[in-house]
Design a binder for this molecule. Structure first.
Ligand code: HEM
Length: 496
């Protein structure tokens, strides 16, 4: 067969594929919808009034009497109604899995990792991961690693920034590097120094950012056929994504190779526990490695970044935190406080929760409706469509938090000075129900330890702290342009 024939066959196949997919799409969705929401979505006219898509959604959800809206062209029902969230994540959990369309979006990056699977594959990984993350030995191992990273890397870095000319550093960048190193050690028991990598770690971190951004972009397309075709032809953003994933795979392979080389029988890290319990193929271990890297790096770094942005705007909160820290530690001068003392710091805990109410690291999360269903607020959801709950919008609902929802007030989480959590269905920052985040406690301890160590020693003034915040599209919230801040040493520590 000549090259011309082959080209013709390929062309016919591609055209047929496009037409067939377009037909399926038309039947399933309403890409022609001309309601004002869909028109604003398709023309991006919402951007004239709102800085971010999530701000526009939050506005629409606040205006909606049920706290639920439809984006018809995406075939997506978006809700900020706690009763609906409980229904999806707990009551009718089986009818709202991740689903195949969603798994397809993230499949190239996450493979069969815990974030991207349902059914038995999910149940098995969840059991393994919760045994590991729930164990006292692993928790104290993780706390030791976090403390060590703070003493050896974070505080010396901030000291050198404070002592040099301008004293400015991008906090977002600092936290991403810190969280990446920490999670590599907690999850795989490996220091970046012991990995024999062909490229600097910063390039692998950049590949993660690219892969996360481009995978998330697939989900915003009204016609999935476009990215599928680009993937088939290996062009544009799909080609870039493929390259980024190839790099990530190299990192994962090296991690697994080193772990095997160093032995895993007596190690506490999460990968060793998986390797010790099951005879698994490298492909499966690779998917586990990627899931943990993403879980542990991006969300923690995002939570810390927005915390310091808010703190810089609220000196009263910084002062109240320092008072609490001083009264618990009695100014003992330790660089890192003990696990026991951290638990006594209710105000600091409340401040972290409050910051993630306004800036949740995972701004929205989608499920797939298997069979026709009716949500508690009366919204009908047809089978094979997407339902999204939206923690970013939920943190900004007057119906949930009252008229002062826009204020940063850690006190709203305290009863008689004691931290008192809200229902996770009102605050699904860590998700809720059967698939609630397994790293919640670990993440809180990590963030709290970092924050306490940093505010005890330094003051942070975010440059142009009052500017509007723009997010970079991605799986977790990242602030466009970073968060440059001036770091100075604290002049005096207050004592009660
Ligand atoms: C501030 C930090 C964190 C936040 C806000 C957060 C939030 C979330 C959210 C929203 C989910 C649900 C995602 C989905 O189903 O699509 C999730 C799941 C998960 N998280 Fe986290 N996470 C954080 C840190 C961590 C850390 C440090 C780890 C572990 C090292 C971790 C491990 C997991 C795992 C294993 C799941 C999957 C649970 C399942 O599907 O059954 N997370 N997290």
């Amino acid at each position: 067969m000549t090259t011309n024939h082959l080209a013709f066959l390929f062309f016919t196949f591609v055209v047929g594929f496009v037409l067939f997919s377009a037909l399926l799409l038309l039947l399933r969705k309403r890409p022609w919808c001309s309601c004002h929401v869909c028109e604003a979505y398709l023309s991006s006219s919402w951007a004239a009034e709102f800085d971010n898509l999530c701000d526009w959604y939050a506005h629409l959800l606040r205006e909606s009497p049920t706290g639920t809206i439809h984006i018809h062209v995406l075939g997506n029902t978006v809700t900020a109604n706690p009763a609906n969230v409980e229904y999806m994540l707990r009551t009718r959990f089986d009818n709202f899995p991740k689903g195949k369309p969603f798994s397809a979006l993230l499949g190239d990056l996450l493979g069969q990792g815990i974030f991207n699977v349902d059914g038995d594959a999910w149940r098995f990984q969840r059991k393994m991961a919760s045994l590991a993350l729930g164990s006292v030995a692993v928790r104290s191992y993780a706390f030791g690693i976090v403390s060590d990273e703070i003493r050896r890397c974070l505080l010396p870095l901030l000291s050198s920034v404070a002592d040099r000319g301008d004293g400015v550093v991008d906090l977002q960048d600092v936290f991403r590097k810190f969280a990446f190193d920490t999670i590599c050690k907690i999850s795989f028991g490996l220091d970046r120094g012991c990995l024999e990598l062909s490229m600097p770690m910063s390039e692998f971190a950049a590949a993660f950012d690219t892969a996360s951004r481009l995978s998330a972009r697939r989900g915003t397309a009204t016609a999935p056929v476009v990215w599928k075709l680009k993937r088939l032809l290996n062009v544009g953003s799909e080609r870039e994504l493929k390259r980024a994933i190839r790099m990530i795979n190299m990192l994962a392979e090296e991690v697994i190779r080193q772990r095997r080389k160093q032995g895993f029988a007596s190690s506490h890290d999460l990968l060793s526990r998986f390797m010790g319990s099951v005879e698994e193929e490298d492909k499966y271990l690779r998917d586990i490695v990627i899931s943990f890297l993403l879980a542990g790096r991006d969300a923690v770094a995002s939570g810390l970044t927005s915390f310091f942005l808010l703190l810089s705007r609220h000196e009263d909160v910084a002062a109240a935190m320092r008072d609490e820290i001083a009264s618990v530690t009695k100014g003992d001068g330790d660089d890192v406080v003990s696990y026991e003392r951290l638990k006594e710091m209710h105000y600091v805990h409340a401040a972290i929760y409050e910051s993630m109410r306004l800036f949740p690291p995972v701004q929205f999360d989608s499920k797939f409706c298997l069979e026709d269903d009716v949500l508690p607020d009366g919204t009908f959801v047809s089978r094979n469509t997407r339902v999204t709950y939206h923690p970013y919008a939920m943190g900004r609902m007057e119906s949930i938090w009252g008229p002062d929802w826009g204020e940063f007030k850690p006190e709203r989480w305290l009863r008689g000075g004691v931290f008192t959590p809200e229902s996770l269905f009102k605050y699904p920052v860590f998700q809720a129900g059967q698939r609630v985040c397994l790293g919640k406690e670990l993440a809180m301890v990590e963030m709290k330890t970092v924050i306490v160590s940093m505010v005890t020693k330094f003051d942070f003034k975010v440059l142009q702290g009052g500017r509007t915040i723009k997010f970079v599209p991605g799986l977790t919230a990242t602030i466009s342009g970073g968060v440059p801040a001036r770091v100075t040493r604290c002049v005096s520590r207050r004592l009660p």
